[in-house]
Every structure is written in structure tokens, then in C-alpha cells.
Design a protein around this ligand. Structure first.
Ligand code: UDP
Length: 572
């Protein structure tokens, strides 16, 4: 297997099966063999005379060629006693002590098994409202979020990573101001990402500069009015300060709810890419786009659509199998998940692909490519899902879904999601998700302060090919982060090798919107701002995302938190 140094380090530290003394008792090849065998086993459940050995070989090759990798829990747990394979869960939080602490318990079980949880706290009564049984006063959603946060702190995910949470509050909840500012201090509620659930009514009030009503979640009566521009400004200023809160557009999530009869979508998973109904879970997997290129005899690259189609089909087969062999942490989750059988196939290495194609990330050509690639992937994935529905049957709620009578029966309620691929892109040795390259040389800060120094392999390869590579040049790139001002590099290289901070927030959003257009679920994307960006720029970005049809926005202004995962210009 062609596995890099950093990939090996991550696998050894967290993914390979260990004995009771913490020593690795499997090799990287054995890990992929274990996963391939477990996932292929599902074919035998559907059809007793299935040739599972040949399916296993295809899954093994798919992963060891690094063409596709499933989300981390599948790599860690498939074929092992825990057997919990999904990254994404959403749990309901009801407005009673029993329901709140039931959700805390369920979240702890999910975190222990390696999954991340999302919650809407919008049903909880506002701080200060009365509690009938005791005559006391309710402490409100934010105080309960702190309880979830503490519980998460105590539970390590299967001993490997700490649980991640998404906390959402509707913009019309009476405690919205407290929620928007609950992470103003970087040390608070650290195990949560938070997002304000934005409604279209609110956005219209922002645009027309009017007020909007805050609604008591219990009585549904209007508590008071707030100025929409003022609340919007507050969200933007806080996001500018340290990246939180993000926003999600609730009406849009629900317009794409494939089974509206089952209730409303009120939350996503922790990183925002997977909207789910209460108790639904979803397993993700991503195709490495770098491996979907072909090189002609002149050294020019083009997209290999034939290979991409085959890879999509095998990946859909793989992810549908995962639903079947998954050991769900809670019975109710198994029941609800199997009603819609959602899977989330996505991509990684998109930026690296652009480098080989010689297309700058911040160009119309890149946006068009993103859109057409994702259209191709979603259409191919859906066709494969329809094919699987033949022998395996459609997802049980197909008849009441938005697809009924419009498409042929489908095995899976959704097929595509763009995940962050934070760890699996390190394993595949490519750029993460659809993100631009953060810096061409940097120190990556992962897991317990381990630092991974890196020079971008595509840059190195292309500079060597053109006889431009030198140690001195690499050091210079490491110091500056960006190539934009390195005069000794030819213009075409400086134009193509753009990094996150060379790219305007508008270009970030345009790329997110291009992928969103053909993604069933949502797109994980961080819009990077320079340290000296103005609050107004963040505001403009949020409005543009709204206009372009994104389902949410996450921003990050460089240097706005004490510790960040990626740092420019800190290579040793
Ligand atoms: N996730 C989690 N804890 C983590 C990282 C991720 O629970 O430390 C979950 C979360 O739901 C996130 C999803 O996994 O949205 C996918 O994240 P990513 O693609 O980065 O995961 P990978 O498979 O690369 O580890």
C-alpha cells in the first residue's frame, strides 16, 4: 500500500486494533481486510449464495488504492465487537427533566462508540419561565447545553477521540441572545459547535430592516419582538470574533426533507453536513478525487469519468451494506435509521485535483467543474441506489417520500453529503473535502498536541517536474504560507497554487453553493477570513450564502482562537 508517513502515524495511534497493553495487533493491510470482510458480509445477508469473497476483494482494493474511504467509525469498528460504524446522529431534546437527561445518556453512549451528535434545544422553555411541579424557575437551553458539554468532556469516543456536538437554537427562541453569546469566551462549551437556526421569515425581516417575534416554545405565544438587523449583527459580530455561532437555514433543510410526514428536521450532525430527523443516523464515505484523474502521454491530466462512475457505484454498495451490519448504540436509532436508509457519499482531494488540472480554486472554471462533478456523482449514486432497490427493496418510507411516483424506487433516502474528511483525508494523503489548500507548508496540530510538519505533495511534485524545486524555496514558502508574493515562481504556478487566505470569502461561498446544488444533504465548508477582515465582510458573506442556496455557513477568521488546527508558516 502506498501510505504516507502522517497517514501511518494516525492509523497506528488511533485506528489499528490494540491489545490490552495498547500495542497494535494488526497491520494497516489487516485493518482494511477486517473492514472489507465485515462490510462485504452484508451481501450474504441479502442473498445466501452471494459471492462475498469477490465483493470483499473489490472493497479491499477500493480502500487500499485510497480511491474511497468510509468515515472513521467504520474504519475503527467494523469487524470488531463494538461494531458502531456511523459518524452522524441527531437526538431530540424534550422539555422535561426526564427527556433532557435521557438525551444526555443517549449522547454519552453514542460518543463512546465514536459518533458525533447534533441537538436542537429549541423545544426547551426559556430561562426564567416557571416550572409547574416545583414552582421554581427554568434555567433555559444554554444552561442545559453546559450539562451536555460536561458529559461529553468525561466520555472519550471509544478511547480514541472526544465526542463532538452540534447545538442549535431557533432564531425566534426567547433565549436567542444568550445562545449567540454563549461561546464568546473561547474556553466555554468547547465540545459544541453552535449554530443559529435561521428562518426565511427572519431573513426577510433582516433584509427589510424590521422586527420579528420571539415565540415561547411551550405556549407558542409571542413573548416580545426583536430587531432582526440587530440580532443578525450580533450573530455576525460573534462569528467574526471567534467563528461561532454558525448559521443553518432551517426552511431549506426542510425543503429537502425527503419524508416530511415524519416531522421536521431541526438539527444537523456536529460539522453541519448532515441534516437528520430525531434519532436518525447516517454513515459517510468519501471518494479521493486525485485518484479520479488520468494522465495523457504529454503529462496533461483530465477527469476519468469512467473510473469515477465505477467508484461511485461500489461506494454506494459499500455504504448501503454498512447500514445493514452496523451495531446501533440505541434500538430506536436502528429503527428510525432503517426507515430512510440515508447514506452520505462525498469527495475529498478536490483542491489537489484542481492543482493537477491547472485550474485556480477561485475561478469560474473551478466552480463549474465542482458543480458538474457533483451532479455526475449524485446522479450515478442515485442510479446505483435504484439498482440496489431491485433485489434489496426500496427504503421502507419510499412510498411516502418526496420521490414516490417521481423516480424509480430507491434503496437510500439520500445519497450524497460533503463531509469535512478531517482524518480520512490525512489517511488518503489528499486535501480535505472541497476545501482549498490551507497553506503549502505548515504544521498540522492533531491529537494530544502531536505536530505533523507538511509540505504539499502536489506542489513538490510539480516543482520537481519543472526543475524549480529547492530546499531554500520550500523554506520561503513555509515562512510566507502563500505563494502569491514569491517572485521567483512563474506566474502560472502562483495563480494556480492559491491557498485559503488568497481566496476571497465570496469565492469560498460560490464553491460551497456549486457543490450544494447537487448534494442531497449538505456541504461541510469553512469560509476563511484574513485576520484583518472587517465585520461587514462576514455579514456580506452570510447574505451571499443565503442568496446562493447554501444550507448553512461556518466562518473562521485567522488567529481568532488561541489554538487552531492549522497554522500558517510554522514549519520546522
Ligand atoms: N466527528 C466526531 N468527532 C470528531 C470528528 C468527527 O464525532 O472528532 C463526526 C461528526 O459528526 C462529523 C463527522 O464525524 O461531522 C465527519 O467528520 P470527518 O469527515 O472530519 O470525519 P473522518 O471520517 O475524517 O474522521
Amino acid at each position: 500500500m502506498n501510505i504516507g508517513k502522517n497517514a501511518l502515524m494516525v492509523l497506528e495511534k488511533r485506528y489499528l486494533t490494540k491489545d490490552e497493553n495498547g500495542n497494535n495487533i494488526e497491520t494497516v493491510e489487516e485493518l482494511f481486510r477486517r473492514v472489507a470482510a465485515a462490510v462485504a458480509g452484508a451481501d450474504g445477508l441479502f442473498c445466501p449464495d452471494a459471492d462475498t469473497a469477490s465483493v470483499e476483494k473489490r472493497f479491499y482494493d477500493l480502500m487500499t488504492n485510497l480511491d474511497f474511504l468510509p468515515n472513521s467509525p467504520t474504519l475503527m469498528n467494523a469487524g470488531r465487537p463494538l461494531g458502531q460504524l456511523s459518524a452522524c446522529f441527531v437526538l431530540p431534546v424534550g422539555d422535561s427533566m426526564e427527556e433532557i437527561f435521557e438525551a444526555v445518556k443517549q449522547a454519552a453512549l453514542i460518543h463512546k462508540s465514536g459518533g458525533g451528535t447534533g441537538f436542537s434545544f429549541s423545544r426547551l422553555r426559556a430561562a426564567g419561565s416557571t416550572v409547574r411541579s416545583t414552582g421554581g424557575v427554568a434555567s433555559g437551553p444554554v444552561s442545559f447545553m453546559r450539562v451536555f458539554n460536561m458529559a461529553t468532556e468525561a466520555v472519550k469516543q471509544g478511547g480514541t477521540r472526544r465526542g463532538a456536538n452540534m447545538g442549535i437554537l431557533r432564531v425566534d427562541h426567547p433565549d436567542i441572545r444568550e445562545f449567540i453569546t454563549c461561546k464568546t469566551n473561547n474556553a466555554d462549551i468547547t465540545n459544541f459547535n453552535i449554530s443559529v437556526g435561521i428562518t426565511e421569515a427572519f431573513m426577510r425581516a433582516v433584509e427589510s430592516g424590521t422586527s420579528y417575534p420571539l415565540i415561547d416554545p411551550k405556549t407558542k405565544s409571542v413573548v416580545r419582538e426583536e430587531s432582526a438587523p440587530e440580532i443578525f449583527r450580533m450573530i455576525v459580530e460573534n462569528a467574526w470574533r471567534n467563528g461561532e455561532p454558525g448559521i443553518i437555514f432551517l426552511d431549506r433543510l426542510n425543503r429537502d426533507n425527503i419524508v416530511p410526514g415524519q416531522g421536521e428536521i431541526e438539527s444537523t450532525n456536529p460539522c453541519g453536513e448532515q441534516p437528520l430527523l430525531p434519532y436518525e443516523s447516517c454513515n459517510l464515505g468519501s471518494i479521493n478525487l486525485v485518484n479520479m484523474l488520468k494522465e495523457d502521454e504529454n503529462g496533461n491530466y483530465t477527469v476519468d469519468y469512467g473510473k469515477l462512475k465505477e467508484t461511485v457505484e461500489l461506494a454506494v454498495h459499500f455504504l448501503d451494506n454498512v447500514i445493514e451490519i452496523n451495531k446501533y448504540p440505541i434500538e430506536k436509532i436502528e429503527e428510525v435509521t432503517k426507515l430512510t436508509r440515508k447514506i452520505g457519499l462525498g469527495v475529498m482531494g478536490f483542491s489537489d485535483m484542481l492543482l493537477y488540472l491547472g485550474i485556480p480554486y477561485d475561478s469560474q472554471q473551478a466552480v463549474s467543474l465542482g458543480e458538474s462533478l457533483m451532479q455526475f456523482i449524485t446522479e450515478s449514486a442515485r442510479a446505483k441506489s435504484a439498482e440496489l432497490a431491485g433485489p434489496r427493496g426500496p427504503f421502507p418510507l419510499f412510498g411516502e417520500s418526496i420521490y414516490a411516483g417521481k423516480t424509480e424506487p430507491l434503496r437510500n433516502g439520500t445519497v450524497t453529503t460533503i463531509a469535512p474528511t478531517g482524518t480520512i483525508s490525512i489517511i488518503a494523503g489528499c486535501s480535505s473535502g472541497i476545501e482549498p489548500i490551507f497553506a503549502y507548508a505548515f504544521v498540522r496540530n492533531v491529537m494530544d498536541n502531536t505536530e505533523l510538519p507538511e509540505v504539499n505533495p502536489v506542489l513538490e511534485e510539480i516543482l520537481r517536474k519543472r526543475g524549480l524545486y529547492s530546499g531554500e524555496l520550500m523554506r520561503k514558502i513555509a515562512d510566507q504560507g502563500s505563494l502569491a508574493d514569491i517572485q521567483e515562481l512563474p506566474e502560472d504556478i502562483r495563480r494556480v497554487f492559491v491557498c485559503s487566505h488568497d481566496i476571497s470569502p465570496e469565492s469560498h461561498i460560490r464553491m460551497q453553493a456549486a457543490f450544494q446544488k447537487y448534494t442531497d444533504n449538505a456541504v461541510s465548508k469553512t469560509v476563511n477570513f484574513r485576520h484583518d477582515a472587517a465585520v461587514e465582510e462576514v455579514s456580506k458573506t452570510y447574505l451571499l450564502a443565503y442568496r446562493l442556496g447554501c444550507k448553512g455557513v461556518t466562518i473562521y477568521r485567522d488567529g481568532s482562537r488561541d489554538s487552531q488546527v492549522l497554522n500558517i508558516g510554522k514549519v520546522n
